[in-house]
Design a protein around this ligand. Structure first.
Ligand code: UD1
Length: 438
């Protein structure tokens, strides 16, 4: 937590990665469980009255924050060996604390299940990555359609449905991942049927839905843009659930592999979830990877050509892999275009990549990338989680030394001890603590 990092009055202790670029990546890496699926499933555990072991939940910072919020709500949560988390008890309150919620936008997804359970929920406006305004209007409209009265009081979004929620048809203006999940969790105990149109199809929505179905919720249409939910009051406890592998972590390592791999094996991958990445790599001329069951074997490609990539909701190219893809395309032969359609401000990493010698210009939501022969190491600053992952990739492939500053605030939110995982594969990367004026 931030206050533990304060050194004296004026300095804050931070950590950075120091990377010596150019080393090949070889050996095996097992991909961990999806953070973006773990978070809503942990939130949904407030509806599970039993003793639950969630498997494949890595102790990344965001998951720890969610665990802390559940504890404040009165539940018992303990991380166990082997990426498991033990959750038991029932929430005693429906108000989540600002200090924790402000660290992470996904904590807003407690609103749906708490509202379903108590007929009332109070959650601060959320924080998270600085990649755009990221409003919660679609979540709120959904709760209102289900019959809740929603107000904002002293920075808290307060939803009340004293007479209970009532199923209805909800059409989302955008296929928001968070809004789909939040509304789904609110609706499973509502009276009657809810239909969510233009719903998100992301695997992390499906995974949450599967967990809710194990609790007895009646949900159909998961993975399609129309989700049907028949509300019912009597859910049953679930004692074990295994979260899907993290497709964004897998994609990050696969992109690293096509630039630097030498017999690199990435295990525990769900290839179906990464089709859009594989298609784009092939379009760029990269054939040096093989997919077999849940494993991807990769060698570095000798060269690759520039392409166009447009981020889209699933099954389109994921916005969470856009910064990493930009590093790859910075080293392509010829020019590339990246169009970011999901978030309005997700090019924060571009300024840092320029420091490493990339040639990129931005026009609104489009980045034009002129491929260069090599990147050259320099100090760079992390602005958000996936930008951080991209800068680490850039450091690994760049000539000389790259210092990626402020990794604790951002990269640790989604990757556990990334430096150890990369070192095991032969990268030269270490974590160094430093002090910065407060
Ligand atoms: C989730 C992921 C995040 C990923 C994103 C898009 C988690 C914990 N996070 O975030 O890593 O980048 O999906 O794949 O799973 N929007 C609105 N109003 C709303 C909600 C969203 O306008 O009420 C907009 C957002 O500003 C954004 C777009 O919809 O432009 C997509 O956001 P959304 O799908 O909701 O992303 P998150 O669920 O926050």
């Amino acid at each position: 937590m931030a206050q533990n990092n304060i050194v004296g009055d004026l300095h804050v202790r931070k950590d950075k990665f120091v990377i010596e670029g150019g080393h090949k990546l070889r050996g095996e890496l097992e991909i961990w469980g999806s953070k973006n699926a773990s978070l809503p499933i942990m939130a949904a555990s407030v509806l599970n009255s039993g003793d639950l072991i969630l498997d494949n939940v890595p102790p990344v910072k965001d998951n720890i924050t969610m665990a802390e919020i559940l504890k404040v709500l009165g539940m018992e949560v303990e991380f166990l060996e082997g990426d498991k988390v033990h959750i038991k008890g029932e929430p005693k309150g429906y108000r989540a604390p600002y200090e924790l919620v402000s660290k992470m936008r996904a904590s807003f997804e407690l609103m749906g299940p708490l509202l379903a359970l108590f007929g009332e929920a109070e959650i601060p406006y959320p924080g998270g990555c600085r990649i755009g305004l990221r409003p919660v209007d679609l979540h709120i409209k959904g709760f209102e359609s289900l019959g809740a009265e929603v107000t904002v009081e002293k920075g808290y979004v307060c939803a009340r449905a004293k007479k209970g929620l009532k199923g209805t048809k909800i059409h989302l203006d955008k296929p928001s991942v968070g809004a789909t999940r939040n509304i789904m969790m609110a609706a499973i105990m509502a009276e009657g049927e809810t239909v969510i149109e233009n719903a998100a199809c992301e695997p992390e929505v499906v995974d949450l839905g599967n967990f809710l179905k194990m609790m007895g919720a009646e949900i159909e249409g998961l993975g399609t843009s129309t989700i049907y939910i028949k509300g019912k009051k009597d859910l049953k406890p679930v004692d074990y659930y295994k979260v899907i592998p993290d497709r964004i972590a897998a994609g990050t390592f696969i992109i690293a592999g096509v630039m630097l791999g030498k017999d690199l094996i990435i295990k525990n991958v769900e290839p179906e979830h990464l089709q859009s990445l594989f298609i784009k790599l092939k379009e760029a001329g990269v054939e040096s990877f093989q997919i077999k069951d849940k494993e991807v074997r990769i060698k570095a490609a000798k060269n690759w050509k520039g392409i166009e990539v447009t981020t889209m909701p699933y099954p389109g190219f994921p916005t969470d892999l856009q910064p990493q893809m930009m590093v790859f395309l910075s080293l392509a032969q010829g020019s590339s275009l990246i169009v970011e359609t999901v978030f309005e401000n997700r090019f924060l990493h571009v300024g840092e990549l320029l420091r490493l010698g990339a040639k990129i210009s931005i026009d609104g939501r489009t980045a034009l990338i002129q491929g260069v022969e090599k990147l050259k190491g320099a100090p760079v600053e992390v602005t958000d989680l996936r930008a951080g992952a991209a800068l680490v990739l850039a450091g690994l492939v760049a000539e000389g030394t790259t210092e990626v500053l402020d990794v604790g605030e951002h990269i640790d939110r989604g990757y556990v001890a990334l430096e150890d995982k990369l070192s095991n594969l032969g990268a030269k990367i270490k974590r160094v603590y430093y002090e910065e004026a407060n």
